[in-house]
Design a protein around this ligand. Structure first.
Ligand code: SF4
Length: 490
């Protein structure tokens, strides 16, 4: 069982969408586990609940460790790292729960491992398989025994049923049956394998570290280990890398137009990562520029909701000429804690994590820039804090369009009816938040900010934007079976 947290001071981040996983792998470097642990540490923003590492050394075979908690707390002790020898390794950080709803079990923590007649293989998956429940039923009927409740385990069982003679070919067979979003990092005794789904919804990049190779969800994790960014794994591509540095690039899927997750640009990826040749920080700053053009307002200060609203607030300030200021300060050291909370402490909520810079705010007309509004609970509290501090006016500017549909591609989203924008118009949301004005960037404005100068191509959208548009690039078949209603055709 994961450790219990009597009070979660990360509550301020609970009103956000959360990426569910990050993946990382290296081959051809000594002490692979140390590099994997550092890579996972840099990807911790993609999943904080648990992490796992698998390595292979000829004299020891496969070794694995799976732990609850932050990488810095679990994969730094010598006693753990000594159990992970070898020059080939993969790892995974997990947010939660396409597996067991509720508390994660250690058996749900990846990488998953399978023993086949031609040797073992471990896999780590970022994304979500949209036909996992149907596949699972089929596999169980045909005799598979599942160890976890994670959708990713289907891949191992599909590989076990393949008649191909080598593991990469079995993985190709398995992934052709899988629908949805997947960036997979896998390993055999001799190979590191990376695969992206045909739409390339979730990211995966290739890096070079001396004579070795690295696969990672984001480039920021290459930087931490001093690896050089080589290229992105392309949508629908599978790379098979040997320890002597040979890379085979395969195309196991029917080609489709790429639909990368546009929310990676807005929020999920780290601002120091590069996506599609663009700096994530620069894209977010540009979102602020577009937002200032679309929704100007007279004010005295532009303040970010830290930390994720910061680049957009800088862009908004630069474009509008309204001075930028740190009107809200985040307590960086207020993580999860085991303090037993009293009701009084519980009621402090957001105030424990964010504090208003009262001297700056008093009497000012304030523009607050945030990356998104999900349930709206945190936005309301922040507005109250700003008004309590004596602000004359509060204007919200949001660096993404209204989030009115759930994501089924590897992001933890509330049910549709819990999304504020699913049940309210923009004006109703303004009244609900009780602010002087509320504006979201338009979908076209967001597309311009990510480099699509003509905006969104409505016939053939360049990105996945389903959580804003309701247009799902891969039908969420498991969800439809459970009663989820797709958007009616216009
Ligand atoms: S639905 Fe939204 S969060 Fe999910 S993959 Fe698409 S753009 Fe990203």
């Amino acid at each position: 069982m994961p450790p219990s947290h009597p009070f979660d001071f990360d509550a301020v981040d609970a009103d956000k969408l959360h990426e569910e996983c990050g993946v990382f792998g290296v081959v051809g470097v000594s002490d692979a586990a140390n590099f994997v642990a550092l890579g996972l540490h840099a990807l911790q923003h993609r999943g904080q609940e648990a992490g796992g590492i698998v390595t292979y050394a000829p004299e020891h075979g496969f070794s694995s460790a799976r732990k609850f908690g932050y990488v810095r707390d679990t994969f730094t002790s010598q006693s753990v790292m000594e159990t992970l020898p070898g020059s080939l390794g993969i790892g995974h950080v997990r947010y939660s729960t396409s597996g067991s709803k509720g508390p994660t079990q250690i058996r749900d923590v990846q990488p998953f491992f399978g023993e086949f007649s031609m040797g073992g293989a471990a896999i780590a998956h970022n994304g979500n398989i949209t036909n996992a429940e149907a596949l699972r039923r089929e596999l169980i009927e045909r005799g598979s025994i599942f160890q976890s409740s994670s959708d990713s385990e289907c891949i191992i069982h599909l590989m076990a049923r393949s008649l191909q003679r080598d593991i990469p070919s079995r993985m190709e067979d398995a992934l052709r049956r899988v629908e949805g979003a997947f960036s997979v990092v896998a390993m055999t005794r001799t190979k590191l394998i990376g695969v992206r789904d045909p739409l390339g919804v979730r990211p995966l990049v290739l890096g070079r570290l001396g004579d070795g190779w690295v696969l990672s969800s984001e480039t920021c994790a290459l930087d931490i280990i001093g690896a050089e960014f080589v290229r992105e794994i392309e949508p629908g591509e599978m790379v098979v890398i040997t320890p002597d540095g040979k890379i085979e690039s395969l195309r196991p899927f029917r080609p489709q137009r790429a639909r990368f997750c546009i929310f990676e640009h807005v929020y999920f990826s780290r601002p120091d990562s590069i996506i599609g040749g663009r700096s994530v920080y620069e894209t977010r700053r540009q979102i602020g520029v577009e937002l200032a053009r679309e929704a100007p307002v007279e004010a005295d200060l532009v303040c970010p909701v830290p930390d994720s609203g910061t680049p957009a607030a800088i862009g908004f300030s630069q474009e509008s000429g309204v001075p930028y200021a740190m009107g809200i300060v985040r307590n960086q050291y207020m993580g999860r804690t085991f303090i037993e909370p009293t009701e009084q402490i519980r009621n402090m909520g957001v105030r424990l994590k964010l504090n208003v810079n009262r001297a700056l705010i008093r009497g000012k007309r304030v523009i607050l820039v945030d990356d998104s509004v999900v349930r709206g609970t945190t936005s309301r509290k922040i507005k109250e804090m700003i008004l309590d501090a004596g602000a004359a006016e509060v204007h919200f500017r949001i660096a993404s369009p209204p989030t009115s549909w759930p994501c089924f591609y590897g992001v933890d989203t509330p049910q549709r009816e819990k999304l504020l924008a699913a049940t309210m118009s923009e004006e109703e949301m303004r009244q609900h938040l009780n602010v002087d004005s509320l504006r979201f960037i338009s979908l076209d404005g967001l597309y311009r900010a990510v480099g699509e100068s003509q905006g969104r191509n409505s016939e053939c959208p360049q990105y996945c934007d389903a959580c804003f548009s309701g247009e799902y690039p891969v039908e969420p078949s498991d969800q439809i079976e459970k009663g989820f209603q797709l958007k009616a055709a216009e």
